[in-house]
Design a protein around this ligand. Structure first.
Ligand code: UDP
Ligand code: MG
Length: 153
């Protein structure tokens, strides 16, 4: 099975109505959508998602932001997607993110940076399980997979 990652369009992305533009980038890169939920992440879920940041000074502000308005929570699949998507997101703060990345093209602040992407396969497994039961992730073939992945030998 190809690698999977959790990608969230955070409240600022939904409120600014740029979800379609972000999803277009994922589709254009050849990623496959496996699961999606539009929901208002509550404080409890936000604390679970960001449990690795427990004790850090920005956690309470981060939880307030993520639980302030709805998010689009998705699972996407592709070989190497975790690292590829981290590169596509750009640096954590929009003000430091390179132009051409999602954060670098859509933001210039710090906390409000539009997207979340898992940072390792262990994080991806843990984070996906917070939002999706296994039977909510859909298995299917992309008809153009051959033309996206090609021959890599
Ligand atoms: N964040 C923040 N202040 C900081 C660092 C991070 O508000 O000093 C927020 C920001 O929205 C970031 C999220 O907390 O996306 C999670 O931080 P992480 O270090 O995991 O960054 P990411 O993996 O999202 O690039
Ligand atoms: Mg992170």
């Amino acid at each position: 099975m190809a690698e999977r990652t959790l990608i969230i369009i955070k409240p600022d992305g939904i409120q600014r109505q740029v979800s379609g533009q972000i999803i277009s980038r994922l589709e254009r890169r050849g990623f496959k959508l496996i699961g999606a939920k539009f929901l208002h992440i509550n404080e409890e879920l936000a604390n679970e998602l960001y449990s690795v940041h427990r004790g850090k000074p920005f956690l309470s502000g981060l939880v307030r932001f993520i639980s302030s308005s709805p998010s689009l929570v998705m699972v996407w699949e592709a070989d190497g997607i975790i690292e590829i998507f981290r590169t596509m997101m750009g640096a954590t703060f929009g003000c430091n993110a390179e132009t051409g990345t999602i954060r670098g093209d859509f933001s210039c602040g710090k906390r409000f940076n539009l997207v979340h992407g898992s940072d390792s396969s262990e994080s991806a497994r843990r984070e996906i399980a917070i939002f999706f039961r296994p039977n909510e992730l859909v298995n299917y073939d992309l008809s153009n997979a051959h033309w996206i992945y090609g021959e890599n030998d």
